[in-house]
Design a protein around this ligand. Structure first.
Ligand code: G6Q
Length: 546
């Protein structure tokens, strides 16, 4: 049994260190050490992490690294890469890293090497992707399939959705991609009103193939297709990605048109498997494999680099420092790239579903904070909304600013203005503006004494707000692979420190169960045993719907 992390020596040292240094100002740390930026920058190829604008000094990093030793992070990383069953509540290995194990070294689960199966599915994907893209696999009426509709939810939606959007510049010019996830009929309607049955391929993605949202959406789409082109068209317009061949067949999709994956791939870690079929259809298999290569490069970096220079480890440790010592409970991700605008949404699931847990792997309730609330949006858009609170609110939210040096669309000055904004935000968050500085500025601008006195506090910024700046060369498939794998491993590091199982998601079950009991009550006369509010709401909605 692991010692509770808050009882470790490193934790205690960090707590004391926090008390001594909590008021340290980053601007003073910069003034004192000309090499600070250099000292706190690491890179992997064209991905650079500058973490110098954090409330840390060399002792902080030393104690945080000590913490990794006490929680045996190195052993835990090896356990994951070796296929040990680290998802203890579900008794499963956790092998998204095997999906991009480009070295093809054997990885065993229950004595069986998983690589041949992974390679076989990749080969099947390649064959299918090529035949759709080159127009060999055609629709029922002989037309090329140019509209890809991904039907899935959660882990079977967010990865493909984020990645296809991120890699839009690599889409086949004649193809379009759509996503249906929500059970809301409008989600189906929005897509079906846009596409033509003759040219549409539905990719139904569901690990279990029992998820009510996905199956209901798939049935609606199936009916829409059959109404237009007849029953035999289903074989030409529907493929499935699942671990459950039986249910796929029951749904009426030929299992020849099914792409498999395995229980050792968690939903939110699955876009590297056949779950990424929509990504591959849109960007081509070669580019999909470049994404795997990028993730693999990050995997090797994570596995083999000493923790002092290990990007996911550093990010994970900084998050723990703020979450557990400063009490900063949120984490913001701000990509300065329009095509990465859904990355925060993707990371919300990755991080919050993985580490939003209150029971540890020793079956004990934790006595410290675990996963942060993750949110974000594309810069500069969000600068004109919630950045007010980030600059002048009473809460401090550490941020990741993600900045591509080169844009896919270098039009006029657009990209330079965008980058200038990203860098300015990092500097402003760090430096702030004292009341005195604000007053001096107002005076210089010709304001009267009274006006200065009235406005100087409103115009001040406390600063000392931490940011990581992550610079990438350009958003290409390889870099996206690196970036996403970086966050996966950051989440892993934090899960190890908090001693929780980052790979189950029991917390989404209760609401699902209750919805199943409410459904017949809404649809008929069944009587449920709910609280008076829920009972009344059921009656109210039934009455309105009559
Ligand atoms: C992710 C979760 C969850 C899952 C969805 C869809 O890690 O497991 O988001 O991906 O509930 O499940 P199916 O793929 O089984 O439909």
């Amino acid at each position: 049994m692991n010692k509770s992390v808050n009882k470790t020596m490193a934790w205690k040292k960090l707590a004391l260190h926090y008390r001594l240094h909590k008021k340290d100002e980053m601007k003073d740390l910069f003034a004192k050490d000309k090499n600070r930026a250099e000292k706190y920058t690491v890179n992997l190829g064209n991905l650079y992490l500058d973490y110098s604008k954090n409330r840390i000094n060399s002792k902080t990093m030393r104690y945080l690294i000590d913490l990794t030793k006490e929680v045996k992070l190195r052993d835990k990383i090896n356990a994951m890469f070796n296929g040990e069953k680290i998802n203890i509540t579900e008794n499963r290995a956790v092998l998204h890293v095997a999906l991009r194990n480009r070295q093809n070294t054997p990885i065993y689960v229950d004595g069986k090497d998983v690589m041949p199966d992974i390679n076989a599915v990749l080969a099947k994907m390649k064959k299918f992707v090529d035949s759709v893209r080159f127009g060999k696999f055609k629709g029922a009426t002989g037309k090329k399939l140019t509209n890809i509709v991904n039907i899935g939810i959660g882990g079977s939606d967010l990865g493909p959705f984020m990645a296809t959007t991120a890699l839009k510049e690599y889409w086949a010019k004649d193809m379009k991609c759509y996503f249906i996830s929500n059970i809301d009929g409008s989600a189906c309607e929005d897509v079906l009103s846009e596409v033509d049955p003759e040219t549409t391929l539905f990719v139904v993605v569901s690990k279990t193939f029992t998820t009510i949202e996905t199956l209901t959406n798939a049935k609606t789409c199936r009916k829409w297709l059959v109404d237009a082109l007849g029953e035999p068209a289903v074989a030409k317009h529907f493929v499935a990605v699942s671990t459950n061949a039986q249910e796929v067949a029951k749904f009426g999709i030929n299992t020849e048109n099914m792409f498999g994956f395995w229980n050792f791939v968690g939903g939110r870690y699955s876009m590297w498997s056949a779950v990424g079929l929509s990504i591959a259809l849109m960007i081509g298999m070669e580019n999909f494999e470049k994404m795997l290569d990028g993730a693999n490069a990050m995997d090797l970096h994570f596995k083999n680099t000493e923790f002092e220079h290990n990007i996911p480890v550093i990010l994970g440790l900084l998050g723990v420092w703020y979450n557990n010592f400063f009490g900063f409970r949120e984490h913001g991700v701000i990509p300065y790239d329009q095509d990465l605008r859904f990355l925060p949404k993707y990371l919300q699931q990755l991080d919050m579903e993985s580490n939003g847990k209150f029971v540890d792997v020793n079956n004990q309730f934790v006595k410290y904070e675990t996963g942060p609330i993750v949110f974000g949006g594309a810069g500069t858009d969000v600068q004109h909304s919630f950045f007010q609170l980030l600059h002048q609110g009473t809460k401090i939210v550490p941020l990741d600013l993600i900045v591509p040096a080169i844009s896919h669309n270098e039009i006029g000055e657009h990209h330079e203005i965008l980058v200038a904004n990203a860098l300015a935000q990092g500097e402003a968050m760090m430096r702030g503006k004292t009341v005195k500085e604000a007053a001096a500025e107002l005076t210089k601008a010709g304001k009267t004494k009274e006006e200065v006195a009235k406005l100087k506090r409103y115009k001040s910024f406390r600063g000392n707000r931490p940011t990581n700046t992550i610079v990438i060369k350009k958003l290409d498939p390889y870099t996206l692979g690196m970036l996403v794998a970086m966050y996966e491993h950051k989440v892993f590091v934090q899960g190890v420190i908090w001693n929780i199982d980052s790979f189950d998601q029991m917390g989404v079950e209760l609401g699902k169960q209750m919805a199943l009991s409410i459904l017949p009550e809404l649809q008929g006369n069944a009587q449920g045993m709910h609280d008076s509010s829920t009972n009344k709401l059921i009656e109210l909605i039934k009455k309105i719907r009559k």
